[in-house]
Design a binder for this molecule. Structure first.
Ligand SMILES: NC(=O)c1ccc[n+]([C@@H]2O[C@H](COP(=O)([O-])OP(=O)(O)OC[C@H]3O[C@@H](n4cnc5c(N)ncnc54)[C@H](OP(=O)(O)O)[C@@H]3O)[C@@H](O)[C@H]2O)c1
Length: 233
């Protein structure tokens, strides 16, 4: 049975990743800061192929604890999904440097911290693939066309840094046959995306799953939309 580990699996896109792969019979390792707090995740965990684990990606002890719990268990697909979008203090005159640091701590360092801790679990699997959930808002070249979504210094710069971090990771682990794919999931109806977003979580995740059916090493290092279209950096 293939296995998937998802960060931030208690709501939004992370929960939908867990739902869809669980329905397909994958072994789902659903992680969250408070896995016992959300009813939808509790309900999902009634399936035998879903297990819940505590994970705060900003805390080294939490990441270490998860790695120890997993031991040598193979992870075919590692989904680095957790992120925050700090909305206050994104304009000159009111910049929120604490929020900016927190964005980097979660969205960049959190993602690579988990990847570093679990890289041997990924390497021990058949599929050997890491998926980082980024955003088109992290694209420098698309800034003109995405500026309508907000100035968002904190979120945008953290996701641009995530893109570079994951691009470097892709190069570092390529010789080991490990694939790293970066996705812009589209504008999706979640707590982060809001009710006016154009995609449902079902649509976004179904799209990314279809793309992931491709040969992992042909996808490595790419920045793709949920529809498989190439995003400019
Ligand atoms: N929705 C969109 O339109 C959209 C567009 C582009 C990109 N994205 C990206 O898609 C991904 C998922 O977003 P979403 O829309 O599902 O957002 P969401 O509904 O706000 O969910 C964010 C998830 O990240 C988790 N998280 C935050 N900080 C964490 C930490 N320190 N440790 C572990 N988990 C943490 C949250 O857990 P808690 O419940 O504990 O806070 C939650 O599970 C993010 O990377 C986001 O940037 C979303």
């Amino acid at each position: 049975m293939s296995s998937i580990l998802i960060t931030g699996a208690n709501r939004g896109l992370g929960l939908e990743f867990a739902r869809q792969y669980a329905a397909d019979g994958w072994d789902v390792i659903a992680t969250a800061r408070n896995p016992k707090s959300g009813e939808p995740l509790q309900q999902l965990a009634r399936n035998k192929n879903v297990s819940l684990h505590d994970l705060d990606v900003t805390r080294e002890d939490s990441v270490k604890q998860l790695a120890e719990t997993l031991g040598g268990k193979p992870v075919d697909l590692l989904v680095l999904n957790s992120a925050i979008y700090t909305r206050n203090g994104n304009k000159l005159g009111e910049l929120n440097f604490a929020g900016w640091r927190e964005s980097f701590e979660t969205n960049v360092l959190g993602a690579i911290r988990v990847a570093e801790a679990l890289i041997e679990n990924v390497a021990a699997s058949n599929r050997k693939q890491i998926v980082a959930i980024s955003t088109g808002m992290g694209s420098l070249q698309a800034l003109g066309s995405t500026i309508e979504f907000g100035i968002a210094y904190q979120y945008r710069t953290s996701k641009a840094a995530l893109n570079m971090t994951m691009s470097i990771l892709a190069k570092e682990v390529e010789p080991r046959g490990i694939s790293v794919v970066i996705f812009s999931p589209g504008w999706v109806q979640t707590d982060m995306g809001g009710a006016n977003a154009v995609l449902t979580p079902e649509q976004s995740i179904a799209g990314m799953r279809k793309v992931l059916e491709g040969n992992p090493m042909e996808l490595t290092g790419k920045f793709l939309g949920h529809d498989g279209a190439t995003w400019p950096w």
